[in-house]
Design a binder for this molecule. Structure first.
Ligand SMILES: CC(C)(COP(=O)(O)OP(=O)(O)OC[C@H]1O[C@@H](n2cnc3c(N)ncnc32)[C@H](O)[C@@H]1OP(=O)(O)O)[C@@H](O)C(=O)NCCC(=O)NCCS
Length: 254
């Protein structure tokens, strides 16, 4: 993928309907959603107009990736919910996903926003590694079957279980992670394994995918109930991964 690294990409906030249409086209290719599950252009427009974020990365006229976030309010504090991050397959694994997240963070901090959240499928090894290890997000909330049935190609026929990624944008943990490239080490109390075969099992409708999902859901929910959080992720050469759990104390935003 080295040729991708050399490509000149322009990252910018999107404002025009034609730009949002390009995001929807990319969304269709990345997730393979039915029309009913697609986030339409007008929702991108509304996000952009109501304090959310729509950033796109362009190679000339070609959209290479985008990030879409909505604004949220919890107990009177404003935060961002990043609903989608998509990178065209031809541009992946060259740091573009990370650049888009960093652009979102920079914009949020300029506006005094300290928390960004999003959800991710705990069976997607790459995403878990990217979120927890490369960005320094943490996860301590498990949502079983968040969206109900999904037409996403990435989901297989499984329930849409999601982990909530909390990215405390100013926290020492995140600042350190971004400075050194990897989340800091910590005392690991437990691991939750995800075998490399999971992607194949999901795509093939293999019952082992659902069994693993249920087993890991149980382990993660129990750990979170006992005050642990997913603070790291191990990525192995054989393609497998593992959540690294540890104790968290206090407010991650401090
Ligand atoms: C998730 C996604 C946005 C990441 O974009 P990207 O441009 O490839 O991301 P980056 O290149 O910045 O980082 C990806 C990291 O994952 C690593 N990675 C790639 N394949 C991996 C795998 N199978 N297992 C673990 N890590 C993997 C890369 O090596 C890279 O880490 P590094 O920087 O330490 O080398 C992109 O893969 C995508 O669009 N996926 C489909 C949609 C999706 O799942 N979106 C996120 C949920 S909303």
């Amino acid at each position: 993928m080295s040729s991708t690294i050399e490509r000149e990409l322009e990252l910018r906030a999107l404002t025009r309907m034609e730009e949002f249409d390009a995001c929807v086209e990319l969304q269709r290719r990345v997730w393979g959603f039915d029309d009913a599950d697609l986030v339409p252009s007008r929702m991108f427009l509304i996000a952009a107009k109501t304090g959310g974020q729509v950033f796109g990365a362009w190679e000339g006229e070609r959209l290479a990736g985008y990030a879409l976030a909505f604004v949220g309010d919890r107990h009177g504090r404003i935060y961002l919910h990043s609903h989608m991050l998509a990178v065209d397959a031809a541009f992946r694994n060259s740091g573009l996903g990370r650049r888009l997240k960093l652009r979102q963070r920079e914009d949020a901090l300029e506006r005094g926003i300290e928390l960004m959240e999003w959800t991710f499928d705990p069976l997607e090894i790459k995403n878990a590694y990217f979120n927890l290890r490369r960005l320094g997000a943490i996860a301590r909330i498990y949502v079983a079957n968040q969206y109900g049935q999904s037409s996403s190609r990435l989901q297989g026929a499984l329930p849409t279980d999601r982990l909530v990624a909390e990215w405390w944008l100013r926290s020492p943990r995140v600042v350190q992670t971004l400075a050194q490239g990897l989340a800091p080490d910590f005392a690991v109390t437990a691991k939750v394994e995800v075998p490399a075969e999971i992607a194949r099992w999901k795509q093939a409708g293999d019952p082992r995918a659902g069994q693993l999902q249920a087993a890991n859901r149980h382990r993660l929910e129990q750990a979170f109930a006992a005050g642990q959080a997913a603070l790291g992720y191990e990525r192995r050469l054989d393609g497998s991964g593992a959540f690294l759990l540890g104790h968290w104390e206090g407010n991650w935003g401090q």
